[in-house]
Design a protein around this ligand. Structure first.
Ligand SMILES: O=P(O)(O)OC[C@H]1O[C@](O)(COP(=O)(O)O)[C@@H](O)[C@@H]1O
Ligand SMILES: [Mn+2]
Length: 642
């Protein structure tokens, strides 16, 4: 061990007793049960449903309430109390309005007692110091007194009730209850994994990002939609065009304009000039969204303008990057603009709903000067959006393309495979990559591009677009993205997006074991956790595959996909006893939960059950602690024992 390092450490641990105390502390933590991990994926901007899943710990809060009070309480009382823990501010408001002063004081007293009991019950897996960090800081001293009661039956009984009564009479009760509710939420889940796709389709990805940024412990495995936004942030014009196209398609342009402050006026002016109404480009809307005729027309025009810019921008990239092998995706030059047909896969198709007013038929990839200016201005806005930078930097910092965590492999899309189950290869800059190494090189370019945002047409930036749409991308996992066909060709056959063999082969245990081994994980113990493809439970598809080795948790948080899945999202919980998959029913609204006390019905399914409780020692954190202990032992020997 480097003695300079030990000398530095000795400044913090400046006597033998301090080192010994820390070693004992860390060793004790190793023997605590492993904390609960919570996995979510494919949130797609659905911030309300996500908030509910997070606040309820996918049913964990209610489970704790039931375990603790099951003999004393009715189901209604359980529901009522759970609602208070999920949404303390709103629930307190309702209680306040329904009780008189005296009733309210009684209610506060009993509720504080119950909250303290539940906090204590939820904190049994943690050290006191960790619990302290989870407590509302302004009340730490008082809550600790109440949590770690001594001598309650004899000398101190009155003392404890005095504390609570004074808190109430001093007008602090609701703040204390609110603080404890958030503490409980935090204690029931130790760590959150977001297995990709925070962005696109739904209305509030930014609220999800803000929530994640304030969350106590989280990591993110990027999804293809997240990477699209990162690509725009990193300077990719084609990613930027795609991102705006999707927002227009789902009537979410206010995310771009109001939330991230990107000026859409130049794009609107272009759109007004060249485009008209077009049924293929009207935005998809949920039932509660409403637009005036004028707004609808405006979005339809913007949608066309940005789509055409996107199609044009794809062409030079395909041409300058032969290793992407995407020549067959050069489409604008296969169009006969007089007859409005396209020669495509040896067939000629009639094009419908076309909007080619800005296309120069001999040079279809060429942007008009106005289009060029629009994209430049959009890029300028993106570069200067402080909020976008904050969110993207967080995504980059907390995220990765895949993650090995406590023996499991977390990955949004797939590991690209050939039909025979072997890993798909890709040659990048003359070198051959496959499997884990391919993903590592993808991640390298993505990070490079984000770190060099001023470079817009370099290899790394083009690679980010490839991750969104390329055949070998572990995030896309399909052969071609048929956006053009779905807008302009009627024949549905051309719309199909052929999935990588991974999606059939992942049903096989032996294939999953091989993939775990590829990532140096123990195939016996590990699982692969995927998002990305909505599990069609409605058609009998099982999210738990390959004898439990593969778990797919895209259950359709995205409203647009719920008719496909039949449910409203899966989440996964992994506590010290094993893994449980939770299937959520549709979340209507917070108001609904508050009014009716009814939670979203969620059904739990066992994935794995360990007879022996897993300890921190057997986790990633356990490994880190072991390393810290080794260093402290070195310090002890070097500084204090010779
Ligand atoms: O349903 P939409 O909005 O047309 O999007 C379809 C596109 O989204 C994708 O499915 C990718 O999004 P997902 O990661 O959510 O599957 C593409 O393969 C497809 O072209
Ligand atoms: Mn996805």
């Amino acid at each position: 061990m480097d003695t300079n390092y030990l000398d530095l450490l000795a400044e913090k641990y400046d006597c033998e007793e301090k080192v010994a105390t820390e070693i004992i502390n860390l060793e004790a933590i190793l023997n605590l049960p492993k904390g609960t991990e919570h996995f979510v994926s494919d949130l797609h901007g659905e911030s309300h449903a996500f908030q509910h899943v997070l606040r309820s710990g996918s049913g964990n809060v209610k489970q704790k309430i039931k375990d603790l009070f099951k003999d004393e309480w009715s189901q209604t009382e359980v529901n009522d109390f759970a609602t208070l823990v999920y949404y303390p501010e709103e629930k307190l408001q309702l209680v306040n309005e329904s009780l008189d002063q005296e009733q309210l004081f009684d209610w506060y007293a009993s509720t504080i007692n119950r909250m303290i009991k539940l906090t204590s019950f939820s904190s049994t897996k943690y050290t006191r110091s960790k619990v302290r960090k989870a407590l509302p800081s302004q009340f730490v001293y008082i809550i600790e007194e109440l949590l770690y009661k001594t001598d309650e039956l004899t000398n101190k009984k009155e003392y404890y009730s005095k504390i609570i009564n004074r808190m109430i009479s001093l007008g602090q009760a609701s703040k204390l209850i609110t603080g404890l509710a958030y503490t409980i939420q935090r204690l029931v889940v130790d760590h959150l994994h977001v297995v990709g796709d925070i962005y696109d389709r739904g209305p509030h990805p930014e609220r999800i990002m803000d929530t994640l940024m304030n969350y106590h412990s989280v990591d993110i495995q990027w999804g293809n939609h997240d990477v699209l936004w990162m690509g725009a942030f990193a300077g990719s014009k084609v990613c930027l065009a795609n991102m705006i196209r999707i927002c227009a398609r789902y009537n979410n342009l206010d995310i771009i304009e109001d939330v991230y402050g990107i000026n859409l006026i130049p794009l609107l002016n272009l759109a007004e000039r060249y485009y008209d109404d077009n049924p293929a480009f009207r935005p998809k809307m949920s039932v509660n969204q409403q637009l005036s005729e004028r707004e609808l027309l405006q979005i339809t025009k913007i949608h066309q303008a940005i789509s055409m810019i996107q199609f044009k921008l794809e062409m030079p990239i395909i041409k300058r990057r032969p290793e992407f092998q995407m020549k067959h995706r050069l489409l604008l030059d296969k169009i006969d603009y007089d007859s409005q047909t396209i020669r495509f896969k040896d067939k000629v198709y009639k094009l419908t709903n076309t909007c080619f007013a800005t296309v120069i038929s001999d040079h279809p990839e060429q942007l008009l000067l106005e289009e060029e200016q629009v994209i430049e201005k959009l890029m300028f806005s993106i570069r200067h959006s402080e909020k976008l930078a904050r969110h993207m930097n967080f995504l980059i910092g907390k995220g990765s393309l895949y993650l090995k965590y406590n023996g499991n492999l977390l990955i949004h899309g797939c590991l690209p495979l050939n039909k025979d189950g072997s890993m798909k290869h890709m040659v990048i800059k003359g070198k051959d990559y496959s499997g884990k190494r391919l993903l590592d090189v993808f991640e390298y370019y993505l990070r490079y591009s984000c770190a060099h945002r001023q470079e817009t047409d370099d290899f790394a930036t083009d690679m980010v677009w490839y991750l969104w749409t390329g055949e070998n991308s572990s995030l896309f996992g399909k052969k071609d993205m048929t956006t053009f066909e779905r807008y302009f060709i009627k024949d549905k056959e051309t719309h199909a997006e052929q999935k990588n063999s991974y999606y059939t082969l992942r049903e096989k245990e032996e294939v999953c074991r091989r993939m775990l081994t590829e990532f140096d994980l123990d195939a016996e113990e590990g699982h692969i956790i995927n998002g990305h493809t909505p599990v069609e439970e409605i058609n009998g598809e099982n999210p738990i595959k390959a004898n439990g080795k593969m778990i797919v948790i895209d259950g359709g948080f995205s409203k647009a996909y719920q008719s496909k899945t039949g449910i409203a999202g899966y989440t996964l919980l992994y506590n010290s006893y094993g893994m449980q998959l939770v299937a959520h029913q549709r979340f209507h609204s917070k108001e609904d939960v508050l009014k009716n006390g009814t939670d979203v019905l969620s059904v739990r399914r066992l994935v794995d059950h360990d007879l022996r409780r897993k300890k921190v020692l057997e986790t990633n954190i356990g490994n880190n602690i072991l390393e810290q202990i080794a260093v402290l032992n070195d310090l002890l020997a070097y500084k204090y024992k010779n």
